[in-house]
Design a protein. Sequence first.
Length: 268
Amino acid sequence: MPNRRLSRHLLLAASPIFALAALPVQAQETDDKPEKRTRIIVGPQLSPSWPGSKDLSVGPYFDLSREREGTEFTFEAADESFGAPLIQSGNFAFGPALGFIGKRTAADIGADLPKVGFTIEAGGFAQVSLTPAIRVRVEGRKGLSGHKGWVGEVSADYIAREGDDWLFSIGPRVTLGDAKYTSAYFGVTPAAAVTSGLAVYDPDGGIQSVGVTAGYHRMLGRNWGVAVYGRYDRLIGDAADSPVTRQLGSRSQPSVGLALSYTFGGSR
């Protein structure tokens, strides 16, 4: 969901700490190894205020990448969870995936429904590059707080690029959630029906939305560049049929981000 993307960038907003910790390594590299380059992407983004919301909230759009000089920056979709490969073999990679979703209160939603607390999601991802231009990725994460359910996403991206000068990507998205996750955001218990005036609703898990994401990054000079992405999801199934969505939210879930990038390091 778009909120997971927002949470990824909230987590990445702490990445300058890791960047500062990583930069001294550059001075320790031996002379026979290429120096590393670092690229930071910073800007604002708009995404749904909560899963199923009709309102958008402003949040940070942030990313950090490092590669050896002479190697292209590895493609990362703007909407994927935070994580780095632990295992990488050829075109396959596997590693942890982390996400966050901000809390949803009765005031946020406009009805007296139970609060869903701040959620930390932890899990893993696996991805494979079928060709240099096509990457497929699967994520699964468990809510350790907040909704406490399981969520997942299946994505594919077509990638066109000219080195690091410019890169364009586009591809479909399918998001999933188990019954615990779907009930937290889209369910209405008998007690909540009394306080909110909504009909009782007990949703099942499954496919929650389908959508598409497109991203573009272009260098404007040696160091500076611009990055933009857009994503549109459409709620389907039990999430779309929920009275929470129909009366208080929206099946349409758009997101957009715009940022500047700065690349430094390597030989001059």
